[in-house]
Design a protein around this ligand. Structure first.
Ligand SMILES: [Fe+2]
Length: 165
């Protein structure tokens, strides 16, 4: 029989998954900022890039609390989401629909992160790791705020701009 695996194993695996994802996102955000046509959207991506650096650091703190080395584990989900974002950048470059597309791609990333951090925070609580739970909750809050800010930008102009012709 396979070695018994527990919530501790799930927690560590998922932590590695989001650590890999955050590092990928950190590389993708400057490209998205350069690609965006509106100044507001560029600024939103730049701001979230700085926050993402903080997310990576918080995850390193969680690894430290576990007494484990910070290590990523390839996450095909985030690779795919980012790849789709790159497709949008190429296929909608120079069109009025570009920003609406970039926002949709970024929101797919945020939602992936929100599901991961939501789960990790709860697992940390169940495992009695309240310091880790607090760190994860802080990041979860920033991902949710980013998601809302992106919805705001889509509603304020990007969607209408994409529609007009
Ligand atoms: Fe993040």
């Amino acid at each position: 029989m396979a070695k018994e695996k527990t919530l501790d194993d799930l927690f560590l695996d998922t932590l590695k998954d989001i650590y890999y994802a955050e590092k990928k996102i950190l590389k993708a955000l400057p490209k998205m900022a350069r690609a965006a046509s509106s100044a507001d959207l560029k600024a939103a991506f730049e701001k979230h890039k700085d926050e993402t650096q903080g997310h990576v650091e918080r995850l390193q703190q969680v690894f430290e609390l576990l007494g484990k080395r910070a290590q990523g584990k390839t996450c095909p989900a985030i690779d795919g989401i980012i790849e789709e974002g790159e497709e949008i950048m190429e296929e909608f470059k120079g069109t009025p629909a570009l920003d609406a597309g970039l926002i949709s791609a970024a929101q797919a990333v945020e939602h992936y992160e929100i599901t991961r951090y939501g789960t990790l925070k709860r697992w940390a609580e169940v495992l009695g790791m309240s310091d880790a739970a607090k760190l994860l909750e802080q990041t979860l809050g920033e991902e949710s705020m980013t998601d809302e800010a992106l919805t705001g930008l889509a509603d304020a102009s990007a969607n209408e701009m994409a529609k007009a012709a």
